[in-house]
Design a protein around this ligand. Structure first.
Ligand code: SF4
Length: 249
């Protein structure tokens, strides 16, 4: 179900759409295995992980298939200490040899947010310089990126598809867990005894930067605690209408 009012996929890349036909019918593991094999028209892909509440599932799947896969963590400088410790724990436990921690370059930080208060005045700008620009730099060598987004996280993500053209980064984006339910996530975590993020049991089912994340109450969307009280729903990494769904589930 493509999102409405999205730009068209550039003609130069639309030819690759045929490759989706071969991927569309695969189960999650097989789909991911194909992506990581580099035997697709997309070449080498990077996994981008926040090492958040459910990240262990995708990271475990990736580590099982190819532990040398590039796994990018965007260090905004504002993560909870629990997230940084959890990141290190998962990298070590899963043997993620291709893990890469990347943050804002010092010159940009000095120019845009030397005092570290931009998130209070202009969170969109803060996300742009601490996440979006950093990810653009990190993705330069890759043919696309793999995300752990899921449809059930919010109404804004209900349209999510497995394969998308990402107009922000002018690259392909893959969401292998797009149609996974909360129950399926929980079952996989239990079956493989994956360690939980320590903040989940504290009332944080979605975990971003500390100043912009609050506890979620019963009945709220999983992402209701992100930028609470603001119009902002996404950090810019996954923003509509810059993303075009090009696969069917
Ligand atoms: S989530 Fe908040 S602190 Fe993190 S980059 Fe965005 S605005 Fe800045």
């Amino acid at each position: 179900m493509p999102h409405s009012s999205v730009p068209a996929i550039p003609a130069a890349v639309s030819a690759k759409s045929a490759a989706f036909e071969a991927l569309g019918s695969l189960d999650t593991q097989a789909f991911l295995a194909r992506l990581l094999s580099q035997q697709t028209p997309f070449g080498e892909l990077a996994v981008v992980s926040s090492f958040g509440a459910e990240s262990a599932v995708l990271l475990h799947l990736v580590a099982t298939l190819n532990s040398q896969t590039r796994v990018v963590f965007l260090d905004t400088g504002f993560h909870f200490p629990e997230t940084l410790a959890y990141r290190d724990e998962l990298i070590d436990r899963f043997g993620l040899e291709g893990a890469q921690i990347i943050g804002i370059d010092p010159l940009s930080e000095k120019r845009y947010d030397e005092a570290g208060t931009l998130h209070q005045r202009d969170p969109d700008r803060c996300c742009a310089v601490r996440k979006v620009q950093v990810l653009k730099r990190a993705l330069r060598p890759y043919g696309g990126w793999i995300s752990g987004q899921k449809q059930f996280h919010s109404t804004e993500r209900a349209w999510l598809e497995r394969v998308e053209w990402d107009d922000i980064y002018a690259t392909w984006k893959f969401n292998p867990l797009a149609d996974w339910s909360a129950d399926r996530i929980a079952s996989y975590q239990a079956e493989h005894r994956l360690p939980p993020h320590p903040l989940v049991s504290e009332g944080f089912p979605s975990i971003g930067c500390e100043p912009c994340t609050s506890r979620v109450m019963g009945g709220e969307d999983i992402r209701a605690g992100r930028w609470r009280g603001q119009d902002k729903l996404e950090c810019g990494l996954h923003r509509n209408p810059n993303v075009i769904a090009v696969s069917s589930r």
